[in-house]
Design a protein around this ligand. Sequence first.
Ligand code: MSP
Length: 533
Amino acid sequence: MSPERRTFYITTPIYYVNDRPHIGHSYTTTVCDVAARFHRFLGLDVFFLTGTDEHGIKVEKSAGERGVSPQALADENAAEFQRVLRMLNFTNDDFIRTTQRRHTLQVERFVQRLIAGGDIYLGEYEGWYDEGQEEFVPDTRAKDQEYKSVVSGKPLVRMREENYFFRLSAYQKRLDLLYENQPGFVRPEARRNEMLGRLRDGLADVPVTRTSFSWGIPVPGRGRHVLWVWLDALSNYITALGLGLESGEADLVPRDRSRFWPADYHVIGKEILFFHAIFWPAMLMALDLPLPRCVYAHSFWISEGRKMSKSLGNFIDLPTIQDYIDSFSLDAFRWFLITQGPLGSTDTDFARAKFIDVYNSDLANTLGNSISRVVNMIGKYFEGRAPEPGTHTVAGFDWPAQTDAAVQATIEAMSRLELGEAMGSALGLVRQVDAFIDATRPFTMAKDEAKRVELAAVLYQCAETLRIASVLLWCAMPDKIEQAWRMLGQNINPASGNLRDLCRWGGLEPGTQVVKGEALFPRFVDSPDDGRT
Ligand code: MSP
């Protein structure tokens, strides 16, 4: 592999270990997984990172309530997160845990550098604190929020502490410029506007150490001070690449990983945007490191029309996810998440009725049906061998141009992380095949021996278009598409990074054996008496 391949680095937030994995974590990780798979297939040098955020007062408290040590709680739940990653077939290249030595060692170094550079100084903080968010809330905002967390609704806590502060205010001008010169730094637009609002309000220095609890990385040489969890957690994006390591420490992180920085995408939920879009770039500026290209803050899933909450008991939790996977397949679940999910600026409802609609219309009636129809007709009329393309064309269908346009559109939308749009272009090809079959009626043509060459051309065009569409769709539904490839007689290895070559018109060899297989996505009929409708 040539060293100059373009890199693509994508990250999820690292998840708190005091929570069990649910739809929110699965969603962000699925978005990253689909983008990572697509870009690897495209031939880019990809690094996809996820992990767990294991320090902080929340973890310390949860552990206390359960009567276990914070490390034991972290070990247990980090293992659970890793189990779920495997269950959902994610292709993350590493899993970082903030209690790992490779991480803490580098964070200590970053902090020492920040202290030495005057970006971290000793001061005193008195004010409101949102414990669930691990976030200090300025007095005016605390009042507006009626002294409650906007996220959890729990009362804010009054804090008075001697703290080390990060000199965020010193980076105001550089951040203003960043937002001006790099309009795509925060996406989508609505989220960028929120951050512009925060910048207009003016930035105050941020307390970055705590003395009221001990479950954190100790600040080197500073007594009882432990690091505020956000400074610790955000650093994961660079400690996993070894950016804070010194020569001779290569055993902690493979040395050549530094090539992945800066990240292409930090994908996060909208509730943690300020940390990623204002605090983090300022910290990187202070460390003299390049800035990520884009912080993409998606919105939230709600459940059957209501905010998910423990009290309502409507969390789309792991058992619920498992149910969907058992009924519809993992790939159908991934498809629903990425084509219907809240990548945009509004929250999205996860509703069973909608899931069934999308499943039946996109997957059973379109993708699955189209592939089995075409494979069946080739089976019936050409003894299961892909026919000769010939030169016959049908007015209104310029397949080489149509497929090329869809391939370009998919690649382009993927590079913007607009996954729904990208998959819409790819599935659009399948819908065009259906329209083509309706227009040409190959089953009628087959009755007329004189139309044999024409029939061959039509079915070649169908199969070839489906082959190209399937290559584009693999990132979203790897298992099902690999099944489709077996039906279409294709031996494709996405690890070879040759997506563009595979998408060139004419790649389907005449004579290729196609095979009828099981229906990719059997139509789903909800039984009225299962109590779930
Ligand atoms: N540990 C911090 C992140 C540190 S990153 C340096 C954290 N962890 S978390 O476990 O609370 O995970 C939050 C993330 O889960 C959100 O940013 C989002 O990616 C995802 N989601 C949690 N609930 C969600 C929904 N209801 N819908 C969609 N995603 C949401 O914050």
